[in-house]
Design a protein around this ligand. Sequence first.
Ligand code: MG
Length: 545
Amino acid sequence: MIDLWYKDAVFYEIDVKTFQDSNDDGWGDFSGLIRRLPHVASLGATCIWLQPFYPSPLKDDGYDVADFYSVDPRLGSLGDFVDFVREARERGLRVLIDLVVNHTSDQHSWFQAARANPRSPYHDYYIWSKTKPENSEEGVIFPGSQQAIWSYDTAAGMYYHHQFYEHQPDLNIANPAVRDEICKIMGFWLELGISGFRLDAAPFLGGKPDEDGNPAQQLFEHLEEFRQFLSWRSSSAIILAEANVSLNEMPKYFDHGPQLHMLFNFLMNQRIFLALAREEAEPIAELLRELPSRKETGQWGNFLRNHDELSLDRLTDAERDEVFAAFAPEESMRIYGRGIRRRLAPMLQGDRRREELAYSLLLTLPGTPVLRYGDEIGMGDDLSLPERLTVRTPMQWSPEKNGGFSNADPGRLIRPVVMSSDFGFDKVNVATQDREQDSRLSRMQHLLHIRRKCPEIGWGNYQVLPGCHRSVLAHRCQWRRSGLVAAHNLSGQPVQTLIPLEAGETLIEIAGNRPHQEVPEPTRIELEAYGYRWFRIQGDNWQSV
Ligand code: MG
């Protein structure tokens, strides 16, 4: 019996160093995170995804790992990590951790050994060239912040490959010894009680992409090797792949070979924002019709915002401009020529109706929702910070000093807490919203509470309902004898729309943005401006509510 817990989970992304400081040094840590676990559990999340907490020079916020087998001492110890995993489990929370193995920090002992001695076994852990490769300035991932994908190392007297920043030399995944190391890393953390990995930069794990930027042929063999190892060690552990890939590429991650468990749905992410900008349903509806079917073991990870930029690279230039105009009108809000470096609430100008609409969409779209810390209270961003740090500010717990994140002097904080007028911690924080029955936090808790009673969304088949008003996305999900219809009005105008049902079916409302109303027959329902309603399908073939 395969354990498919992730198909009906709610993920919550946390960065330990910006979540809660316990020892007044200005850095979040595992002890602080343990203290805040009741918040995560009571929200309704079922699995925590931890961003990198490994020792790191933090030139890329921890995605530059200097030691895969340890905890950054500023965040705690391995003992604290195990305490955290245990405490999380006691509260019904699984833990996923970031596995960042496309590259290491240039401070990693492997790279230091590799550059110092070409005869070191670690030399072939990296990708070298004695001469400067052609087109070494092409294919950079962070245009404007990254100059090339090959750099010269004076100690080695050679060029090394780095798909990302210069301080992140790529591991030579084609080397079997490197793949053995990756498996060993996975095995280590699995023994400490985690439930799997968010696989960073998955499309690059085949080695250097070809000249057209396509993944190397070996990619799926490598992914299969990692997935098989994982399954041998733990039957219920999963890999959630970070792979911003086209419709054609998607099935390759799920099918035959690698059979990865989850794939972030970057295409859906971008279509959601196009639909919100246009106030029309078609961008989402079209993608829902086009998405490849998921195998029984495969699942989408849906998200609105995460710790990175909101990449719009899969939209056309004209579509991207529409989203920019709506949600990032100023140049300082954009990044890398393709993305937006803002959190959701400020993008939507603090309009709670649109925020709730967006989260309701996220929770009802086929797949597993992935929330980011601070989403639940409508946290803002800090555009004065460089690159993607804008959306990585400390969690806002209370109106007290430093938003309750830390007792350290504000100048010692790892990053400033947001203090701008509309989204400052004095106005946007957990403690205040805990007191209010109709706060963003309360609404999110309520929606997650209902979502967890709707397994058909994560497990089931889905269908976009035809013939609705153009601003309305209505879709149905069904699994075994349980069925759900969700209707979302993306426009700022109230609408009425027909919901087509099979003979003998009726609807009973289970959630919405306004007090419950009886559903008339035929099912012509009303939706307020930016309104949403969820219904259970009733009838002879369906379970009762
Ligand atoms: Mg601390």
